[in-house]
Design a protein around this ligand. Structure first.
Ligand code: CA
Length: 231
């Protein structure tokens, strides 16, 4: 079984290091980001859970949480030094699933992470569904299914697809797409992005002339136009 992947968005390195150490000891895979911007970029890797600090240097944790909620159901546990009740409420209204106040015991945080992941797994929210179930994407198993037929996607194509579905209706430039898929065998030029997208489209579009999922935005890049189904 794959270990769950946790993304920690926290600028205080000491805290981030402690949480990382505890989570890794418990068998989780951990990725960290020190800024909101970096955190949102790492969200493209589809972590199973996000630990999000409320106070970051470049962005407000609540705003980050709202952005995450615009495109993803990933569980979010907010960290904050604030203990005032209205901050807690703001966190929940921004879409956080849980809230933990600093200073906290790492053991308690690990327990909350486990509880939250259990809920997610039983709810099977790792599957995203688009266009009345025509396209299904299992973010945990890295599988995509078009009209009940599993697609054979390369790791780069799957990563691009995830980037798109995490940014529904938001045009992505070729530069952004290169940044997102870096780390895979990918030489980052505009033309290679176009080649990968062309291959991806050939696999997921019925009619390349009137795409259902990935549309070209001239002078910009590409945008995902699939319509998410109600859960
Ligand atoms: Ca902070």
């Amino acid at each position: 079984m794959n270990t769950a992947r946790i993304l920690i968005i926290e600028d205080e390195k000491k805290i981030s290091d402690v949480i990382t150490a505890y989570l890794e000891k418990e068998g989780f895979t951990v990725d960290t980001a020190q800024t909101g911007d970096d955190g949102l970029r790492k969200l493209m890797d589809c972590p199973d859970l996000v630990i999000l600090d409320l106070m970051l240097p470049d962005m407000d944790g609540e705003d980050i949480c709202r952005i995450i909620r615009g495109s993803s159901d990933v569980p979010v546990i907010m960290l904050t030094a604030k203990s005032r009740e209205h901050d807690k409420l703001n966190g929940f209204s921004a879409g956080a699933d849980d809230y933990i106040v600093k200073p906290f015991s790492p053991k308690e945080l690990v327990a909350r992470v486990r509880a939250r992941l259990r809920k997610t797994l039983t709810g099977n929210s790792s599957t995203l569904s688009f266009n009345q179930g025509r396209l299904l994407i299992d973010t945990l198993r890295h599988e995509a299914i078009l009209e009940q037929r599993p697609l054979t996607l390369t790791p780069t194509e799957f990563k691009l697809l995830l980037a798109f579905v995490n940014n529904i209706q938001r045009p992505l430039s070729r530069e952004q797409l290169i940044a997102i898929v870096q780390g895979y065998d990918f030489s980052g030029t505009d033309r290679t992005v176009d080649a990968h997208i062309k291959n991806l489209r050939r696999k997921i579009e019925k009619d390349a002339g009137s795409p259902e999922f990935i549309r070209t935005v001239y002078g910009v890049g590409y945008v995902f136009i699939g319509i998410p189904d109600e859960k």
